[in-house]
Design a protein around this ligand. Sequence first.
Ligand SMILES: Cc1ncc(COP(=O)(O)O)c(C=O)c1O
Length: 490
Amino acid sequence: MQRDSAGSGDDCGGNSPDFKSAVAAALLPRPECWPLRSALARERAHSPLALHLPAHRRGQAPAFRRPRLPWAWDLPELPTIGGPLLVDGAVAESQALIAQAQGVDFSWYGVNGASGLLQAAVLALAGPSARVLLPRHHHRSLLHAAVLAGFNPLLYTVPFDAAAGLWQPLPPQQLEQLLQQAGPVDLLVLLSPTYQGLASDLPSLVAIAHRHGVPVLVDEAHGAHFGFDPTLPKAATAAGADLVVQSLHKSLGALAQTAVLHAQGPRVDRDHLCQALEWVQSSSPSALLMLSAEQSIAQRYTSGGQRQLRRCLHQARALRDVLQAHGIPLLTSDDPLRLVLHTAPLGCSGAQADAWLMARDVVAECPEVFSLTFCLGLGNSQRLQRPLLQTLQTLRRAFGEVPLQPLQPPPLPALCEPELSPGAAWRSPSRQVPLAQAHGCLAARPVCPYPPGIPLLLPGERLDAERLAWLAQQRLLWGEQIADTVTVLA
Ligand SMILES: Cc1ncc(COP(=O)(O)O)c(C=O)c1O
């Protein structure tokens, strides 16, 4: 009977789409048992040592105790509220206040992370034929910006510390040489600070670029708190950068996905920026996210906010001193709120240390080949001293302290262009081949462990023997984060 009605195409039958979806709906769990709600509730119930982003450290930072952020604050772009690209309304007023406080011409909130704002900033200045100087250790959102805009980036390589396995700040004299070598350039992108908190000499770098007539975009995703305490590096806006993107959940207390873009000076066009923001931002920006963005910045300008930052910096420095006094190897950072464990002397990669710690309820933020970064954020770091020290001492014993061999530096020229633009390569027909068989092929997809989200290989780059040997070495240290195959042009 059922078979007949199904065969005759009767929609009321047991196999009809309506019936199937009614059965599926009846079997659904109650809303509080859905996977995300359950997983978040479990995370809330058990409290690991949370040393990861967002910087509010699971709501510990006082910035958001008042106002609490209920869903009732999640309002649309009502006339009184407006949005980031509207000239009237509270959001416009709030952005103007921030621009004034930061000493820039314009500021815009972003609700798609620093990623979205970096892409808007690049798209505003760079079309398909643009010459954009991009640091080799850029965040993947900038690779995606090159794909969206259609240009082929000029990739420059910064110094690499083989013992730490980390990219270092760009020295000003190297920028001078790069600009002479590169010829005409439409945009220079700088990254400062790095995930590990290494800051560049931005005043000198920006001055050199401007002398060459080149506008500068600084990816300051990890440095929104810079400039708010005299012991921290100078902020990119104060260094004169034309465009600055800050991620507000990485170092201020805002909710994930919040960011701000600052613009100043005659080299950037406000209309172009607004247009590009419209291309890549949501048409329904969340008032809740923008409120958390506003409050996280506003709080920094209060005496209470400054005291809080001073306290966090003080506690973070004390924690570093205690760990170092007990022989835990830490790498230097310009940001005390980033604690960078040097794992190579302990005999393990950052990924191995991360997995070991995670199994013991210590959640770090960013594994790299030879290091593991903890984000201390705005929570209380004094309470971390004993448990973190004990766990790291046990980790040290567990891995036996047989130091890992220093890394090969990446076999990359100081300045180069992929053979094919990343966008063209990404869109080409492709195939997967084992790494060992990719010699001579052009990459069609990036190789990009996340975090930190820094591509080791870009679409459009050719895989020569040296690059393959280097990727194979990286694979040993990144573990499953790097596949044993690579996608190349068919
Ligand atoms: C250097 C850098 N820039 C930009 C981003 C993107 O930030 P968001 O996660 O806010 O999009 C990241 C994220 O990790 C980053 O490390």
